[in-house]
Design a protein around this ligand. Structure first.
Ligand code: GLC
Ligand code: MG
Length: 684
């Protein structure tokens, strides 16, 4: 497309994938509808006019910043000219969709999953001891949050050694057992690859500090201090750390500033350096040879920073909360780096050793078969904070050969809301989000469906607010969320605890919050003079700690997680919401997840099928049909999105309930959060 400048009309900017996402993002953040841009009068405005209109809100520099970011990606959105694609295993028809399209992923936060040795910290043997739970649930792929050697300033998201297991989690041999155990049960296993940054204790960084002009100095973003001021002067730019304060730290030993977008011990790697990229590819190959089936790539959209690391626009910084973000959240060389990493790290070559084990196949009825050949390409799941739908497509469209799946975080909070806000999430927004997302996907695109992870409070609690303690509503809403996640088109990612309707904790004291982000945020609020109770109330709703409390395996003070003193304690102890209790109850949330996943496996419509929304505009009723790809049955799925009894709409396809939160009858009304999965009856 022609380069964007001040004369470009808004509709043309909106026609550019990055422009569209940027505009949608701003509108979402301001709590406005994107319909606004489609108004013909608005759509025809030139950027210079828009810039004048939004100046009071977004400042002088908004338009020039937008022009710069769009210019980075002017060519990247054109269809990939290169022919071919990933290699397919011999004997597999190329048309066969990759395994992860039909898979259910399950994220384990190992520190809080199961502790085998009583030291209070979850570990690898603990995970192995619970693999049967995951296999029974029907999980296809387990993702482990970081387990590599780390000083744990950010719980493993600060890696000291990419080829070693952190001591409290076990040994490499334990990991080999876990990989084999997963494969044996028909489950793949992926790890977290945290390569936007390393720990400051990584050997590369230590070498860089010791000799900033030596070969490792260029592995990181090191910058000299302001002359004569010995680093007491201003940092190289105004970028902010996600965990508070400046993104720069002065290294007195090296007389350099070092960039850290996260904690001061998480040093950003310089991906401009080809040696850094080669090291990362080597790490991936090393783990693939050990049997790891792929990676979730941590904040992978941040790896390409704009050369020169210019100051961030203050208005964008204020709007998004982090000055500088437009210079790295979708940087100029991102696509190039991802393609290279996929080709050189994730793609098997003929010389690559066969891993010690590969996953056993699993039939539609769950029966295990023989081990499959190694995957030609390890799966790449990108954690991509801030990207919108069009950017997601640019990163994960199959023919682009970058990532396979990405997480789009816009589903997690309603318009104008951020994670820290205390509010009740409206599932009507979630419906609109997915309908829009699904409508924009082409045959080449994939979508990851997730509602919870280790960085967010529980969606169930956001939906229910304080009513999450009501066992009836809690079960119903958890089943509704499961139904949405497991039967919409896409690849679901469950996070540990979702299957037992885990909810938020009412952390009563600051000391109960352990996460670096919560701790820093509390300290900042206190330093700003906010009273202790108020500060806690402003951190609690968004704290990542909610997701990091020990898994509730059974009733009792340590919830079957550990025989020792757990490193972190949950405050939620409702009767009936542990794996043991739920496993024994066929009507439980856990059983419902298991039944849904079983149905998914057996019914091609639910994975490969088409999708048709019913009553797309209703904010209380979410209904859709999954149409069978072959001669199988079509399925109707219905969810009451509210905590009220609603009327079931008329004129729906005739269908018989097969799974339901409130029984299988489909009467004139739907109970609060009621959901039903029903087989469509063929007329005639
Ligand atoms: C990702 C991780 C988060 C971590 C951050 C820095 O967002 O999910 O837990 O703090 O990256 O690595
Ligand atoms: Mg332990």
């Amino acid at each position: 497309m022609t380069p964007v400048d001040a004369n470009t009309r808004l509709k043309e900017i909106y026609g550019h994938p990055v422009g569209r996402d940027a505009i949608d993002k701003v509108l979402l953040q301001l709590g406005r509808s994107s319909l606004w841009v489609r108004n013909p009068v608005v759509a025809n405005l030139r950027l210079s006019t828009v810039a004048r209109l939004v100046r009071p809100i977004l400042g002088e520099e908004f338009a020039p910043s937008l022009i710069t970011v769009l210019a980075d990606h002017n060519h990247h959105h054109e269809p990939d000219a290169a022919s071919g694609g990933d290699p397919t295993p011999s004997g597999t028809p190329a048309a066969q969709p990759p395994w992860w399209r039909r898979a259910v992923f399950y994220q384990v936060y190992p520190r809080s999953f199961a502790d085998s040795d009583g030291d209070g910290v979850g570990d690898l043997r603990g995970v192995t001891s619970r693999l049967d739970h995951l296999a029974d649930l029907g999980v296809d792929c387990v993702w482990l949050s970081p387990i590599f050697d780390s000083p744990n300033e950010d719980m493993g998201y600060d890696v000291r050694d990419y080829r070693a297991v952190m001591s409290e989690m076990g040994t490499l041999a334990d990991l080999d057992d876990l990989i084999a155990g997963a494969h044996e049960r028909g489950m793949r296993i992926i790890l977290d690859l945290v390569v936007n940054h390393t720990s400051a204790e990584h050997a590369w960084f230590r070498a860089a500090v010791a000799d900033p002009d030596g070969p490792y100095g260029d592995y990181y973003h090191l910058q000299p201090g302001v002359p004569g001021e010995d680093g007491s002067g201003p940092p190289p730019n105004n970028w902010a750390s996600f965990f508070g304060g400046s993104a720069w730290r002065w290294l007195p030993e090296a007389k350099r500033w070092a960039l850290h977008l996260f904690a001061p011990g998480q040093m950003d790697l310089n991906w401009e350096n080809p040696r850094v990229r080669a090291e990362v590819a080597e790490i991936v190959r090393w783990w693939r040879a050990r049997g790891i089936d792929g990676f979730r790539l941590d904040v992978i959209n941040y790896i390409s920073k704009r050369p020169g690391l210019p100051d961030g626009n203050e208005a964008i910084g204020a709007l998004m909360g982090f000055p500088g973000i437009e210079h790295y959240f979708f940087g100029p060389r991102l696509h190039e780096y991802l393609r290279e990493l996929r080709a050189t790290g994730f793609t098997r070559t003929a010389q690559d050793p066969r891993p010690p084990s590969t996953v056993r196949s699993r039939g539609a009825d769950g029966t295990l078969g023989v081990p499959e050949p190694p995957d030609p390409v390890g799966v790449l799941v990108g954690e991509t904070p801030g990207v919108g739908v069009e950017m997601s497509r640019l990163l994960s469209g199959a023919r682009r050969r970058e990532l396979d799946l990405v997480f789009n975080f816009d589903v997690l909070d309603g318009p104008g809301k951020v994670r820290w806000d205390d509010y009740r999430y409206d599932l009507g927004y979630l419906k609109g989000f997915y309908l829009d997302y699904l409508a924009r996907l082409g045959p080449d695109d994939a979508i990851a469906l997730f509602l919870d992870n280790h960085d967010n409070p529980r969606m169930l609690s956001k939906v229910l607010g304080t009513r999450d303690r009501d066992p009836v509503l809690r079960s119903a809403a958890a089943k509704a969320l499961a139904t949405i996640q497991l039967t919409l088109p896409g690849t679901p990612f469950l996070f540990q605890g979702q299957e037992i309707a885990a909810i938020n904790q009412d952390f009563a004291a600051a000391a109960e919050l352990k996460d670096v982000e919560s701790v820093n945020r509390l300290a900042e609020l206190r330093a700003d003079g906010v009273a202790h109770e108020d500060a806690l109330a402003r951190v609690r709703p968004g704290a990542r700690d909610h997701a990091r409390v020990p898994m509730r395996w059974e009733p009792g003070p340590t919830t079957g997680f550990s025989t020792g003193t757990p490193w972190q304690v949950g405050r939620e102890d409702s009767v009936g919401f542990t794996v043991a209790e739920q496993g024994a109850d066929p009507g439980s949330v856990l059983s419902f997840h298991r039944d849904l996943i079983r149905l998914r496996r057996a019914e091609p419509a639910l994975t490969d099928g088409g999708f048709r929304a019913l009553l797309p505009r209703s904010r209380e009723y979410f209904g859709w049909v999954r149409t069978a790809p072959g001669d199988g049955d079509d399925w109707l799925v219905e969810v009451n999105l509210t905590d009220r009894t609603i009327k079931r709409p008329r004129g729906l396809p005739a269908a018989t309930g097969v799974l339901g939160s409130h029984g299988l009858a489909r009467g004139p009304r739907m109970a609060p959060y009621e959901c039903v999965v029903a087989r469509v009856l063929i007329a005639g």
